[in-house]
Design a protein around this ligand. Structure first.
Ligand code: MSK
Length: 678
């Protein structure tokens, strides 16, 4: 049932919706039922009892100074004639909505980038040999990325010969250059030049190349202070600079350095959903975003001494499961199963089987502490930037200098909690097999073959029409819409029409649970062209590329497609579109803006907080396309959402002159089926 239908049903029947109306995921439905029986309140309940603020949802509530908040909702029936709405200082709805939008970009860019900074600091300390628990693991990727940071990988020998430079020296210099990107005050962040040349030139012309990561975020906060920037177009220009500093800067550097520290992901098998928890095991949920901690927990949990301790306490072993993007990080590098996505964090505890939920930063609901109070589960915060003010939450601070020891303490705390289970354990019998870990390097390898990786086969199949185009579907869950429903409906519609999907974040977890991350799913859900490609190459039609910072992998994949040739000169020429069907976090707004500025048509589900400022909305939805070739759109209905993406892809195919090729391929396929049937 579509979200609107559920809302109507709740209104009409004035009764609590059934779990089947709230999530398409059977494990979630089962545990929602249980949470109600046990009277444990979750976000699903609060979403029914608390309405969203209509003025905030329109983006036209200004609380930038103490003379307000000034509230400027659109009058019922819209505006006739001149729009005379103003805040006390005279701020127009456009200024207010643009400032609010800009602050969301700033927060999103700051979150991804602060994550990246922590990784860069650890990377540099590891390269210098100042910490013992991390090492430079993927030296191939290190040498590949070094030139982008302006670091030489060779030296001249005594006789003029070219020699490989010492890996440690390269790593230290890359670490120093990477870290410097945050505090840089002028010039350009170094990774921006990875974009296709015409895109880079366009950004230069428009004056939106980020100077330094922190600088662009701080400047948004200044410009949106009362009485500073009062021109929505100028505000959007700064949003773009900060968003690009995120996607092509902080996030991209985080992905790069994580790959070098922990290994570049390549496809591996695992499973997804709460059924991965085991009744007779110590279950540890790792939740949050930064892999610095979770990598250590994975290693600590494998120690024989920990396995022994678990047995001493009566458990058969230790089971790790991830939630949110930490889940994706440890999945793509270690195959640790996904326990669930954002809206399942409280429900994991409701199983009664979780000894500890270990959290770091981002997307952690404060209410996990209240839910844990009803069970034996210990919530363990680990990051000085993210504590929870609840008497029962334990804080075990994680320090990269004592990383492994800290991780061992955390795992031990969980194991010792195993005998304290108080309630019956109910683990839904739901988990699906999956393949994940499609870094852009892995796509290169998989499609191009063992000896020489290449995107050429992907481009060829797009040009010949077997693959209609590329859809990037990413982002969160949102308790205002049916859990996972929009993600799965949109993605099924895309692959049915031969659009290959790249996915990250909680969308990727939804796909894993729904069985879309297996090569076998291609025969069931795809159009004939995409099914044929997936079968030939042995890949799923939906490629799991990692966590939210790994959206930078999608930017790199798009760049590689452009550079490979035959599909235009820039990302905006590609038959591609982006989507965040169930977005909720400010990070999604930053991601949306950097994809738009990179030339991508981006459709969000639900709504964007811009409806109260029609001129500003128009600017984002229409004018940006004239400047960047990409623009924002919103579509709540998942089928129409997917169809809008497909229409854009078809428009780009036509502009490239490859629309006819597709018709021919479809004919060929039909003819072949006829031949096979004969
Ligand atoms: S975790 S940002 S709910 S994708 Fe990256 Fe999921 Fe959105 Fe958090």
């Amino acid at each position: 049932m579509a979200t609107e239908d559920v809302k109507k049903k709740v209104k009409k029947e004035k009764k609590v919706p059934s779990p089947k109306d709230l999530s398409i995921d059977p494990a979630t439905q089962e545990l929602l039922e249980r949470s109600r029986e046990l009277e444990v309140e979750t976000i699903f309940d609060r979403a029914q009892t608390m309405k969203a603020c209509n003025i905030g949802a329109q983006g036209t509530c200004c609380k930038m100074c103490a003379q307000g908040p000034c509230r400027l909702p659109l009058p019922k029936g819209g505006i006739e004639g001149e729009d005379t709405r103003k805040g006390l200082c005279g701020a127009t709805p456009e200024t207010i909505a643009a400032r609010n939008f800009a602050r969301m970009v700033a927060s999103g860019a700051a979150s991804h980038s602060d994550h990246g900074r922590a990784v860069a600091e650890t990377f540099l300390a590891a390269a210098r040999g100042e910490i013992e628990d991390y090492e430079i693991k993927d030296t191939v990727k290190l040498v590949e990325i070094a030139p982008d940071f302006g670091v030489e990988t060779t030296v001249e020998g005594e006789n003029g010969e070219v020699l490989d430079r010492d890996i440690k020296e390269i790593a230290i210099e890359v670490g120093e250059k990477a870290l410097a990107q945050w505090g840089q005050q002028s010039g350009e962040i170094c990774t921006i030049k990875r974009a296709p040349q015409p895109r880079y030139e366009l950004w230069k012309k428009l004056g939106v190349i980020p100077r330094g990561i922190d600088r662009e975020v701080v400047e948004i906060m200044h410009r949106t202070h009362m009485g500073v920037d009062q021109d929505y177009e100028n505000l959007v220009m700064q949003c773009t600079r900060a968003a690009l500093a995120d996607g092509w800067g902080g996030s991209m550097i985080a992905t790069d350095l994580q790959d070098v520290l922990f290994g570049c992901p390549y496809p591996l098998r695992s499973s997804a959903n709460l059924g991965v928890l085991k009744e007779d095991h110590v279950n540890i949920i790792i939740h949050g975003h930064e892999p610095l901690l979770s990598e250590m927990i994975v290693a600590a949990a494998q120690l024989p001494e920990m396995q022994e301790l678990a047995k001493e306490k009566g458990a058969a072993g230790i089971q790790l499961g991830g939630i949110c993007c930490t889940a994706n990080e440890i999945l793509i590098r270690h195959g640790v199963p996904l326990a669930g996505n954002y809206l399942q964090q409280e429900l994991a505890i409701v199983t009664g089987a979780v000894e500890a939920m270990v959290v770091d930063v981002q997307c952690i609901m404060e209410n996990v502490a209240n839910v844990a109070d009803c069970f034996h589960t210990k919530i363990i915060t680990t990051n000085p930037r993210a504590k929870i003010a609840s008497g029962n939450v334990i804080h075990i601070e994680f320090d990269e200098h004592t990383a492994f020891e800290d991780a061992k303490r955390i795992v031990k705390t969980a194991i010792e909690n195993f005998p304290n289970r108080e309630k019956e354990v109910v683990i839904p019998d739901e988990s699906s097999q999956l393949i994940a870990g499609f870094s852009y390097e892995a796509i290169n390898y998989h499609l191009g073959g063992t000896f020489r990786g290449s995107y050429t086969p992907l481009n060829d199949n797009i040009i010949n029409g077997r693959i209609r185009g590329i859809g990037g579907v990413v982002g969160c869950n949102n308790a205002r819409s049916m859990h996972d429903s929009a993600h799965i409906t949109i993605i099924k519609e895309l692959i049915k029409h031969d659009v290959i999907v790249l996915t990250t974040g909680c969308s990727a977890i939804a796909c894993g649970k729904a069985g879309l991350l297996t090569p076998e799913s291609a025969a069931v859900f795809c159009g004939p062209g995409l099914a044929e490609v997936c079968e030939t190459v042995g890949i799923p039609p939906v490629l799991h590329m990692g966590s939210c910072v790994d959206n930078s992998r999608i930017l790199m994949a798009a760049t590689e497609v452009v550079k490979t040739g035959g599909l235009g000169n820039d990302i905006s020429d590609l038959p591609a579109a982006g989507s965040a069907p169930e977005w909720m976090s400010e990070k999604a707004i930053s991601i949306g803006q950097y994809f738009v500025a990179s030339g991508v048509y981006v459709v969000f589900g639900g709504s964007l907080p811009v409806d109260g400022a029609p001129v500003f909305k128009d600017y984002l939805f229409k004018e940006l396309e004239k400047m960047y070739g990409g623009m924002w759109d919103v579509e709540e209905d998942p089928i129409k959402h997917a169809q809008k993406m497909i229409a854009h892809i078809d428009k780009k195919r036509k502009e490239l002159g490859i629309d006819k090729a597709r018709e021919r391929v479809l004919f060929d396929m039909a003819a072949r089926r006829e031949m096979e049937a004969a």
